[in-house]
Design a binder for this molecule. Sequence first.
Ligand code: SF4
Length: 329
Amino acid sequence: MNPKKGRVFSGARPTGRQHLGNYLGAMKNYVALQQDYEAVYCVVDLHALTTLDTTQNLKSNTLDMVLDWLAAGMDPQKAIIFIQSHVPQVTELHTILSMVTQLGKLTDLPTFKEKVRQQPHNVNYGLVGYPVLMASDIVLYKADTVPVGVDQAPHIEFTREIVRSFNFRYNTTVLIEPQMKVTEFPKVLGIDGQQKMGKSLDNHIEMAATQEETQKRVMMMVTDPQRQRKSDPGNPDVCNVFTMHKIFSHPEEVASINKECRNAGIGCVDCKKIFAKNLNEKLMPFRDKRAEFEKNSDQVWDILSDGSRRARVIAEETMIEVRAAIGLP
Ligand code: SF4
């Protein structure tokens, strides 16, 4: 067995059924990393509380997301998969790390300012402490590696600052400064072809959608905006359908579409039909596996329960060291 390269941590809010953007931007990477690293993957339900108006769907959204994770290949034999709130040590560490974090720095963060703009009616205390809770998640499990996109790099740098503050204040080396594993995530645009794929914009394609739903969403995709009719030559370089073809279609088909689009040999309707067919074929094994897990959702809760138990063991080991380093009685 290959020795593991280190421990990787990543968390995701329970947002329910995942879409292609989630898959290409995170889940695919989670599956790859669990081969080489000790992987710790968390449903960050406490983080979700900072922005949710209602918690009514929290449980079902957790189940739906984890069903997608498991169906995509995240493997409880290789990774610890669990729920943030099932490991209470994270809230203890959050409180402790809050004491070594300056309030001004938190309120100056662009992410905090953005949230204030988005929800002026609910600028809660949790929003301010969000990056501290995130840091707590990472360092509680002594993760040395965090996979991030370039835009998330400042969050990890902030975690590293908090760790340095703690270690300096208590003259210890207990907490580990995590390293970023910057990954080139493809920018996945939604069916509007303009903005990043996301549920809130309703421009997404769900992984677990039926074949018919998938086809319907694909047929709504915006193509080359300059192309008005089939007889106009198109430009695949500015077309999101073509970008998706490059990810999900066979290279020969991609080459053919590239050529035929430019000389008006193929229309956008036909092009999208081909993409929908290819996408449905690619997603078929995922959907079958998901349906199997869904039939037996108790098994999914058992996986999460076992993951939380394993996570608590690591968390308590860290907290024993943290409490001792501080000198808590
Ligand atoms: Fe895009 Fe395909 Fe239409 Fe070309 S033919 S503009 S690649 S949808």
